[in-house]
Design a binder for this molecule. Sequence first.
Ligand code: AMP
Ligand code: FE
Ligand code: FE
Ligand code: ZN
Length: 279
Amino acid sequence: MEHVYRADLHCHSTFSDGMFSPEEIVLLAKKKQCDVVVLTDHDTFSGFFELQASAERENIFPLTGIEISTVFEELSVHLLGYSFNPSSPSFLAYEKRARESRKARAGKILDKLRSSGIDITEEELLSQDGQHGSLGRPHIARLLVKKQYVRTVYEGFEKYLGDFRSAYVPSERMPLDQAIEFIHQAGGVAVLAHPHLYRNKKRVLDILDRFSFDGIESFYCRFEKRENNFWSTLAQQRKLLSTGGSDFHGEGRNEDLYGSSQAPEETTRFLSDLMIKNR
Ligand code: AMP
Ligand code: FE
Ligand code: FE
Ligand code: ZN
């Protein structure tokens, strides 16, 4: 197939809080006529190796990717990294630490739930289907549903898990500058994820000024064209890449969202060329 550089650059798999395995994501990408595929799991890129194996079989080009939970002056900032070298020792060490810290945090959340009379054990959490990566609140929310404490994942967040609710425990977040540095050291590009989601636009512009971002996730599926255009124009003015994706989690095993927002072709081409250099 001729390369057309079609890709959804924001996607979660079973290596974090997504519902589809890396292999299933590859098949989904193929079904949606994408020829480049990437996982941006929360705080881990360990799904890449499975992704790569399946992508080769299906003749799709895989990129490395990650979505790192970072913090700057108390503000949570999600940082996307792309096309970095997946064997970078410092990056691998960071990832292992993050995974352990997320596991410890999940234990603390379960303790808090227990004091509200909710009984979920660590064994139940760890034996959930496909759980071999980065543990997050969605995994606990899904168990709350399964054990009929709440009706929906959303209700689980509203009642217990959401920010500053009764069982809220923040995840450990890396300082933003350090996370950007990690990605750069591994040869990748650092992109500000979904700038649309911040209430204070001025704050986002300030962050873009202060740190050495390489790109902005201008095209985010939950937003209208006008809003996306604002960010892509800004990216152009600042000579930054514009990326795009759907933030696919596959909730309810629904495939529809995948590919509904995509990166501009020239961005995907650039990231593919960089990946060839770094792998
Ligand atoms: P964590 O990284 O463990 O703090 O979990 C954050 C993840 O939870 C996000 O990436 C979303 O996938 C999910 N999430 C956050 N808020 C909600 C909500 N209100 N309803 C459903 N899912 C949510
Ligand atoms: Fe998520
Ligand atoms: Fe995010
Ligand atoms: Zn995401």
